[in-house]
Ligand binder design. Sequence first.
Ligand SMILES: Nc1nc2c(ncn2[C@@H]2O[C@H](COP(=O)(O)OP(=O)(O)OP(=O)(O)O)[C@@H](O)[C@H]2O)c(=O)[nH]1
Ligand SMILES: [Mg+2]
Length: 359
Amino acid sequence: MKEWFKKIGKSFTKKNEPNKKTSAETENQEIVSKKTSAETENQEIASKKTSAETEQTKVNWFNKLGENFRKTSSTIKDAIFIKKLDQNNLEEIEEAFLMSDLGVNNTDSLINELKNKKLSTSNIQEHVSEFLEKQFSNIEHELILKPDNDLRVVLIFGVNGSGKTTTIAKLAKIAKDQNLKVLLAAADTFRAAAKEQIEKWANLVQIEILSGSIGEDPSSVVFKAHKKAIDERFDLLIIDTAGRLHNKTELMEELKKMTRIIKKNDEEAPHNKILVLDSTIGQNTYNQIDSFHQNIGLTGVIMTKLDGSAKGGSLIGIVRKYNLPIHALGVGEKINDLIPFVPKEFIKALLGINDGENK
Ligand SMILES: Nc1nc2c(ncn2[C@@H]2O[C@H](COP(=O)(O)OP(=O)(O)OP(=O)(O)O)[C@@H](O)[C@H]2O)c(=O)[nH]1
Ligand SMILES: [Mg+2]
């Protein structure tokens, strides 16, 4: 797990930092460099603290995967750590991957690959791992919260209870920790409780929020928040929307209207249109992806509740079918329970390969 854990915290990057320097800033460089040398000692202490924290994150993260995920992964592990590949083993491998919700077609391809390769004992696990990695192609999963100097607008949507509001709070916290100026737009004007919930999170993370009044047109809230974010030079605007069933036409229309309204202020926005999916429903997410993709057009997905899901394999199926980035995984209800998705390490976790660590 080593490499993946090292990456946690480095992901969700803001990319443009080095380009930000202006000529005016260059003059100050001497002063800055003096300051920098004075700060070196503190930095050393800080970096020690960081590595200690990373160690902590490592252990916590593995625990966070949850009992159900671990059950699936240990079934897969038992099936692929075998002495001889025969028909029985193949059936066990097939069953284990079907249980993980990898999907019938993907599981068939894997079994055929294993059959064709007539594998020797020692490399079965390696071949399974390679096969799964290939399914991810070269897609970039990382969510870049601040790729340039302009305001970034992130629209979050999904069916009821998928974890949108909680995920937004987690993303806002990551952005805040990167010193980004973040505004939340509470465009779920449907329920009073929804407004209270996101306001509570904003308060906890200590970021600004623009809420609509109950019953207000969500597009009007979105417009006001976008305008405010532009005028007051925010870095990031994250928009929370009401849960909507993917087959409810009028709710899809409402979401389309929001994107049209956003474009009035900035033709390029929203820059990210992210569907939040509950991973415990596995392949049943496909209907949701189809519908939101057709209506709104997705730029990526975030999978929640991995801590309680036995259907980790479905993530591989999603990327294979839709070629969409999975930006992050929700692994709990707390503010820090969001981790970047790194395919290679995810596969290791799914196959129960842990480099001898933490299991
Ligand atoms: N275990 C676990 N629970 C989560 C996760 N993400 C969200 N939840 C919980 O799921 C429930 C619904 O989360 P919300 O963030 O309110 O979901 P939502 O999509 O905003 O819901 P609506 O606005 O009603 O559509 C809450 O109880 C959250 O605490 C996660 O990654 N793991
Ligand atoms: Mg919500």
